[in-house]
Write a protein that binds this ligand. Structure first.
Ligand SMILES: C[S@@+](CC[C@H](N)C(=O)[O-])C[C@H]1O[C@@H](n2cnc3c(N)ncnc32)[C@H](O)[C@@H]1O
Length: 252
């Protein structure tokens, strides 16, 4: 498959979601973005504490709740979307801390920046860029979070190597993502829609953990996992998609 075409398809899809022209699930077939978030681990208090328009219902976990963020830390969110996790992290790290959200879809970045301005978040920054080539200086970040994004990247090893590069020694990652357990039909792997739905690009669970280790990370561990059931998926995929929260550290 052509990497450029997949990337453009994903940008178009998430651009429409950012502009409110589409929801992740079709409007009549499923829950609201807020319900979707509750189903993947956010609390009602989490949702009440962030700008409502940042809640898109496109994540598969709640990484800030597991990242043990501390006051003053610098956090990077890979594929930040409209910023739900950026805003949650910003509250946890406080005014002395800083949160950077990177996303490759211009409308997502514009929306995150507008929400930050409107809601007075002075410790956040949204940047346009790709995870495989982060617009972030080396060894400047304490914690990296990400929510249902690495599966969308074509080169997972490059993505984790970049994460490793920008982390300070001793820094950590807490990644919520979808992985596969069992064979995924070829036609699904080749479907642009399934790519944008975070399914076609999902990697086998053991390969995923190995890739994180290959990028240099240590103490790679699944913090929690559960079957992914939060949207109408192809019946052939039932039981084969798992939502994982993975933690790892960059040695000091
Ligand atoms: C499923 S959404 C998740 C958004 C956000 N993390 C959330 O939970 O609301 C995926 C996001 O990742 C972005 N994305 C996908 N591939 C990317 C890449 N290679 N580099 C940067 N951003 C990417 C998309 O533009 C989209 O906003």
């Amino acid at each position: 498959m052509d990497d450029e075409k997949i990337s453009q398809f994903i940008k178009d899809r998430y651009g429409k979601i950012a502009r409110g022209e589409e929801t992740f699930c079709c409007p009549t077939c499923g829950p609201t973005p807020g319900d979707q978030c509750l189903a993947v681990g956010y609390t009602p208090e989490d949702l009440a504490s962030v700008p409502e328009r940042a809640i898109l219902g496109v994540g598969c976990g709640n990484p800030t709740s597991l990242a043990e963020l501390r006051e003053g830390e610098t956090v990077l969110d890979l594929g930040a979307g409209a910023g739900i996790d950026v805003f949650l992290a910003a509250k946890r790290v406080g005014k002395q801390g800083r949160v950077i959200g990177v996303d490759m879809t211009a409308d997502m970045v514009a929306k995150g920046m507008a929400l930050a301005r409107e809601h007075g978040f002075s410790n956040v920054d949204f940047r346009l860029g790709e995870i495989e080539q982060l617009p972030v200086a080396a060894a400047t970040v304490d914690v990296i979070i990400s929510n249902c994004v690495i599966n969308l990247t074509r080169d997972k090893l490059a993505s984790f190597r970049e994460a490793y590069r920008v982390l300070k020694p001793g820094g950590r990652i807490l990644i919520s993502d979808l992985v596969t357990e069992g064979e995924i039909p070829d036609d699904v792997r080749k479907s642009f829609v399934a790519w944008a739905d975070c399914l076609a690009g999902a990697m086998d669970k053991e390969d995923y953990l190995r890739t994180i280790r290959d990028a240099g990370f240590e103490e790679v561990a699944i913090v929690s996992q559960r079957p992914y059931e939060s949207q109408e998926i192809d019946p052939r995929l039932k039981g084969k998609i798992t939502s994982v929260n993975v933690r790892a550290v960059k040695g000091s």
